[in-house]
Ligand binder design. Structure first.
Ligand SMILES: Cc1cc2nc3c(=O)[nH]c(=O)nc-3n(C[C@H](O)[C@H](O)[C@H](O)COP(=O)(O)OP(=O)(O)OC[C@H]3O[C@@H](n4cnc5c(N)ncnc54)[C@H](O)[C@@H]3O)c2cc1C
Length: 423
């Protein structure tokens, strides 16, 4: 019988654990290894950062929910993956052997690549719950003594939705407090244009997001290369089409939130054949590593090439729907191999995103992710905000119950008349 080990327990890892439990043979063991003992719903982090949510709203302990589904749990970080030896070395020195390994470790926030970037320095981040909670404490202090805001993403970032979300959420929060007029806001992004989203634009995302920014009086700088950040000032070079500095900006801020570039985690980075130069896990169209064929990867840690090269580097976003389809494909393929067959199911690496604006929102659907597309759809409205609030509740409930119901397919795609989850 096989021991299937999953490293990471975010949206990718926890969904994988439940789906693998359901798909594996009687007698197979499933074990989750995680460097924390809680699950947190990352898409709600921007709300935590303005204190519209508490940690308790979006976080729960993993152990009881995994135990209920007969899934083993080790609350200890992986220090190093040894794919040639079929073992994971833990930070406490233990070595856990496996027959099949699924990496679902998300990404490391590469704050170290830019001087002054990140919660240890001058800007906040909403990528991790700890950082979002810190951003929330700083937000309370900021609204007592407001000033300019700088918000956006740095070169190499791939997840732009939360940057736009956070700008608009802060705008909504400040308007509700009747103090928006005291807060000039600048959006800084490596995207070649507003609404590119690492996807080359979706539908009229450019026009609609530019209009939303103008409506909410957010000034923007695109093609931005952040050179360094110091207390109260972001130094930005705005590049031309040839990659030369066209203009330099010193953007003042009293509150700054800049999304970092993502890199793979240390435990997999640098292992020949397992990960690429940035530490993302190499996979084929079946979520399987081409060198170590009993290793799979799902979620943000998996290597997906950028949709199109940009003057300032940007990456392709890996969002919940894509992760859901990666998990379904990986679990089905692992079972096929355990039964003596070959992997057969390809995930639809498509992009679906609901971005909250605080009181409204925007939904993007890109099928496939790479243009030209069969569906390239972008719409804005209050319904997106309501859908996102409802979706948060459904998703957290699903993660507690351990059901494998494909939520994106059921609630988002079917609403749009699209039903394809895998190929
Ligand atoms: C702020 C933000 C908002 C987003 N909003 C949306 C949204 O609205 N809709 C959408 O579709 N997508 C959204 N995304 C994209 C995506 O859905 C999320 O990033 C999602 O959390 C990715 O899931 P994951 O499981 O791949 O990684 P993560 O959620 O990062 O989970 C990684 C897991 O691995 C664990 N781990 C890390 N290192 C180790 C180690 N060494 N050993 C053991 N365990 C380890 C972590 O503790 C964690 O449990 C958002 C992303 C961000 C950053």
């Amino acid at each position: 019988m096989a021991h299937i080990v999953i490293v990471g327990a975010g949206i990718g890892g926890l969904s994988m654990a439940y789906e693998m439990r359901e798909r594996c043979r009687p007698g197979d063991r499933v074990t989750v290894i995680c460097d924390g003992d809680t699950f947190h719903f990352v898409p709600s982090n921007p709300w935590l950062a303005v204190n519209w949510r508490t940690r308790e709203d979006i976080e729960f302990p993993l152990a009881p929910y995994l135990a209920r589904r007969q899934i083993g749990f080790i609350a200890c970080g992986a220090r190093q993956v040894h794919p040639a030896d079929d073992a994971v070395e833990l930070r406490d020195g233990r070595r856990i052997g496996y027959d099949v390994l699924v990496l679902a470790t998300g990404a490391r926030s590469a704050f170290d690549e830019i001087e002054g970037l990140g919660p240890g320095h001058y800007t906040e981040s909403v990528c991790h719950i700890e950082h979002a909670a810190q951003a929330g404490r700083r937000w309370e202090a900021f609204v007592k003594d407001p000033g300019p805001i700088a918000v956006g993403a740095v070169q190499g970032a791939s997840c732009f939705g939360p940057a736009y979300e956070f700008a608009f959420i802060m705008d909504t929060d400040l308007r509700r407090r009747k103090m928006r007029h005291r807060v000039p806001m600048t959006f800084i992004t490596p995207e070649p244009h507003v609404g590119h989203l690492g996807l080359g634009g979706v539908g009229d995302s450019k026009g609609l997001l530019e209009a939303a920014m103008q409506d909410r009086q957010v000034r923007w700088i695109t093609n931005a290369w952040v050179e360094r950040i110091e207390a109260g000032k972001i130094h930005v070079a705005q590049l031309d089409g040839q990659g030369r500095a066209r203009q330099r900006h010193e953007v003042p801020f009293r509150y700054g939130m800049m999304l970092p570039a993502f890199r793979g985690i240390d435990a997999v980075a640098g292992v020949e054949g397992l990960s690429n130069a940035e530490g993302f896990v190499l996979i084929d169209r079946y979520q399987r590593n081409p060198t170590f064929r009993n290793v799979y990867a799902v979620g943000v840690c998996a290597d997906i090439p950028p949709v199109a090269p940009t003057v300032v580097p940007t990456g392709a976003p890996k969002t919940g729907y894509m992760i859901e389809s990666m998990v379904t494909a990986a679990a089905a393929n692992i079972r096929a191999v355990l039964d003596g067959g070959e992997p057969y199911l390809k995930p639809a690496w498509n992009a679906i995103c609901l971005a909250d604006f605080g009181d409204s929102g925007a939904a993007a659907v890109a099928l496939p992710q790479m243009p030209p597309r069969n569906v390239s759809w972008f719409k804005q409205g209050k319904w997106v905000h309501l859908a996102k609030v409802a979706f948060e509740k459904y998703f957290i409930r699903k993660m507690k119950k351990g059901t494998t119901e494909p939520l994106y397919e059921k609630y988002v795609l079917s609403a749009l008349g699209i039903t394809k989850l895998t190929e």
